[in-house]
Every structure is written in structure tokens, then in C-alpha cells.
Design a protein around this ligand. Structure first.
Ligand SMILES: Cc1cc2nc3c(=O)[nH]c(=O)nc-3n(C[C@H](O)[C@H](O)[C@H](O)COP(=O)(O)O)c2cc1C
Length: 374
């Protein structure tokens, strides 16, 4: 099957990197995870290459044995709001946990970011990995609770974002009508885990609703993702592994009467690219030599720009991914990918050369959702 959507690119900005070593690299700011200038620089670099979105994964628990990045990182909504002021077209996404937050707070944060960025916000709402310490009063939750919570959380989130019809706020100084009350539809949700009365206190998004993703791999995840979200982050260290979950998601979307073309299957990888294979190997060895006691896996996308562009094209066309999240452990990883790989993908027509829309939804080729009917 040939993927009919163009490839989407996201820049995953992970501070010093998702490992024990990268902070020691001479060109990496050791405080990158808390360094606003570094984040702005990386965001603007990604936007200059027309990446559809910026992306932040998050950790739900802090605890013993954490990598440096886990102990020194910005909170997602806050950093994305700051980046919104320094970018203009690129989407902005952060991760929150349905197990350790409340849907009303998250609905406000994401919709506020959507307004601040003029229609560029998205949320990755996850159930969260276990582990670490009990940082939240709810303690550690098991999957038996997490997925039913996740479902309720998503229903509330989508309901709150549709509190007001698009033309609810008149704000007409002459007549004195601020809001048309008939166009306000508060939710009144009673679940086993969350009970929420609406209205939300912010008007509907210019993109209808912020884009929402979730992440996982189990059949329950597939069912929830296909029911409620616009996209999903899946694992896939091989093309077959990614295809297995991607195809399960697409089959479930069809079963639920949705079009797989109106959905974004996303994978994250950490490419190491060089002008020559020797240059790629040198970069890998630079990272590996920084912490001899922690093995760094050789990334899936590794080698020359042509080889990596070929592999990305193959994965995309096969349907293993609609969006690639480019993560970077090497301080020049994103820059090199942009300088070397992106032009090849653009030349081949696999990746776009200009933003098509003012909103993230438009750039991801996702339809603007209709207002909920209930
Ligand atoms: C690609 C991918 C990305 C994930 N990102 C996060 C994350 O940023 N933060 C987090 O707490 N959990 C993250 N998770 C964990 C999921 O939230 C979930 O707890 C985990 O995948 C187990 O659920 P499952 O059995 O349905 O796969 C991620 C999982 C996958 C597969």
C-alpha cells in the first residue's frame, strides 16, 4: 500500500538527550533541558525546515536511576507557550498523563496554548509508564485502572473543548451581548474516576479542537486511540514491528467508520547521519565514548543521507509511519538531519517544501472536526 499522505516531520526536543551520555558532549549545553535559548534555537531550526510540529515526550515519575534529562526538564505546556512566541507556523505538542492529571486542567492548558499559538497546539495524552517514586497523591496505578481512566479523560477533554459553538461569543459592545447562552453546551460528566461539570472557560479553537494523540501498543490502546484521537505514537524499531501496530490502528479506524487518511501514525527515531558512512560512525563513537558503561544502540536510521532518505521513504510508503519524530542525542543531530536528509526528501516530493495551512490540523491534513452533536 502506498501512503497517500505526504510524510510529516516532528522535532522531538529532549534537552540533553534520552540517555546518560549526551550532556557530556563538548557542543551540548549541559543544562539543555532547562535552557530556554537552546529550546528556541532548536524550534526555530525545525521551523526553518518546515517541520509540521515540535514534540515533547514526558516522564510521569521521577525516581532513582533516572537519566539526566528526567531530572532537569521543563514542563510541557509552559515551554511550548514560550516557544509559541518565537515561532509562527510550526505545531507545538506536549505530553501529559491521564493517570496523574485532571482533564479540566489539561483542557484549559492545551486550549490556551492553541489560542496563544493561533491554532498550532496538540496534546499527547498517555497512560504513563510505571516506575519511579510516588510523586502524585494517586500513587501508582495499574493498567486495570489506567485505561478506563484514559477513556473517561478523553471523553471529558473532547467534551470540554466543544463547550462553545464556533460563533458563541459575540462580544458586541453595542448591544451588550458578550455570549449567546444557547451556544454554550456545558458537559455534565459522571464517570468512575472523573466527575466534571462544564463549561470550560475558553472559546472553541480556530482548528476546531487541538490535535490529540495518545501512545502505546496494546489492543486496548488501539481501541481507545481509534475511537478518540487524531493520531498515535507507536513503537517500531523494525518496519515490521511498526507495521503491525500501524495496520491494527488502521483496521480499527475503519471498523469505527473513520478514515485512516484522516489520522496520523507517528514513530520516533534517533537518526545519525553523515556526509559519508565514516562521518556517521564518528558521531556514534563520539557519543559512545562519553559513557563507556552505558551501551548506546546503533540507531535504525544510520549512515549517509541518501541511505537514510531511502529508508524513511520506504517506511513511509509502506504505511509504517505517517509522521517521523526526529529525536536527537547528538548536539548537531537535528541540524545535520535538516541539512542533509530533508532536502533529499523534499526533492523526491516525500516531504513538503512549504506550510500549506495556518493551523496544525491543516498541515497534518486532518479535517476540522464538527462540533459535538450531543
Ligand atoms: C511510542 C510511545 C511513546 C510513549 N511516550 C510516553 C511518554 O512520553 N510519557 C509516558 O509517561 N509514557 C509514554 N509511553 C507509555 C504509554 O503511556 C503506556 O503507558 C505504555 O505504552 C503501556 O501501555 P500499552 O500496554 O497500551 O502499550 C509511550 C509509549 C509508546 C509506545
Amino acid at each position: 500500500m502506498k501512503n497517500r499522505k505526504k510524510l510529516k516531520l516532528a522535532a522531538g526536543i529532549d534537552g540533553t538527550g534520552w540517555n546518560f551520555t549526551s550532556w557530556r558532549h563538548p557542543h551540548m549545553p549541559a543544562d539543555a533541558g532547562e535552557n530556554i535559548d537552546f529550546y528556541i534555537q532548536q524550534a526555530q531550526l525545525a521551523e526553518s525546515a518546515k517541520f509540521e510540529t515540535l514534540f515533547l515526550f514526558d516522564v510521569s515519575h521521577v525516581g532513582p536511576g533516572n537519566i539526566p534529562h528526567y531530572l532537569s526538564m521543563f514542563e510541557g505546556a509552559t515551554i511550548m507557550s514560550a516557544i509559541a512566541m518565537k515561532t509562527h507556523r510550526m505545531g507545538l505538542s506536549f505530553t501529559a498523563s491521564s493517570s496523574y492529571t485532571d482533564p479540566y486542567n489539561v483542557a484549559r492548558q492545551v486550549l490556551s496554548l492553541d489560542k496563544i499559538s493561533k491554532g498550532r497546539a496538540s496534546l499527547n495524552i498517555v497512560t504513563s509508564n510505571p516506575g519511579g517514586m510516588v510523586n502524585f497523591s494517586r500513587g501508582h496505578l495499574g493498567k486495570a485502572d489506567q485505561y478506563p481512566m484514559h477513556k473517561e479523560f478523553l471523553e471529558i477533554l473532547l467534551g470540554l473543548w466543544d463547550t462553545y459553538e464556533d460563533d458563541a461569543f459575540m462580544r458586541d459592545k453595542h448591544s451588550g451581548i458578550f455570549l449567546k447562552p444557547g451556544k454554550m453546551h456545558p458537559i455534565n460528566y459522571r464517570g468512575d474516576y472523573f466527575s466534571v461539570d462544564g463549561p470550560l472557560n475558553i472559546s472553541r479553537s480556530v482548528q476546531g479542537r487541538p490535535v490529540v494523540y495518545t501512545a502505546g501498543g496494546s489492543p486496548t490502546f488501539v481501541d481507545i486511540a481509534a475511537t478518540y484521537t487524531d493520531g498515535a505514537f507507536i513503537a517500531g524499531s523494525t518496519i515490521d514491528e511498526a507495521l503491525y501496530t500501524a495496520n491494527a490502528l488502521r483496521a480499527k479506524l475503519v471498523e469505527k467508520g473513520r478514515s485512516p487518511e484522516d489520522y496520523v501514525v507517528a514513530l520516533s527515531h534517533n537518526p545519525i547521519v553523515g556526509r559519508t558512512i565514516a562521518e556517521a560512525e564518528k558521531k556514534y563513537l563520539e557519543l559512545a565514548s562519553l559513557a563507556p558503561y552505558h551501551r548506546i544502540p546503533v540507531p535504525q536510521f544510520f549512515g549517509t543521507a541518501e541511505k537514510i532518505a531511502d529508508e524513511i521513504t520506504t517506511w513511509h510508503e509502506a504505511g509504517a509511519m505517517d509522521m517521523l519524530v526526529v529525536r536527537q542525542d547528538h548536539p548537531h543531530g537535528l541540524r545535520d538531519f535538516i541539512e542533509l536528509v530533508v532536502p533529499i526528501l523534499q526533492e523526491r516530493g516525500v516531504f513538503h517544501t512549504e506550510y500549506e495551512s495556518d493551523t496544525l490540523r491543516g498541515n497534518l491534513e486532518l479535517p476540522r472536526p464538527a462540533f459535538r452533536k450531543i
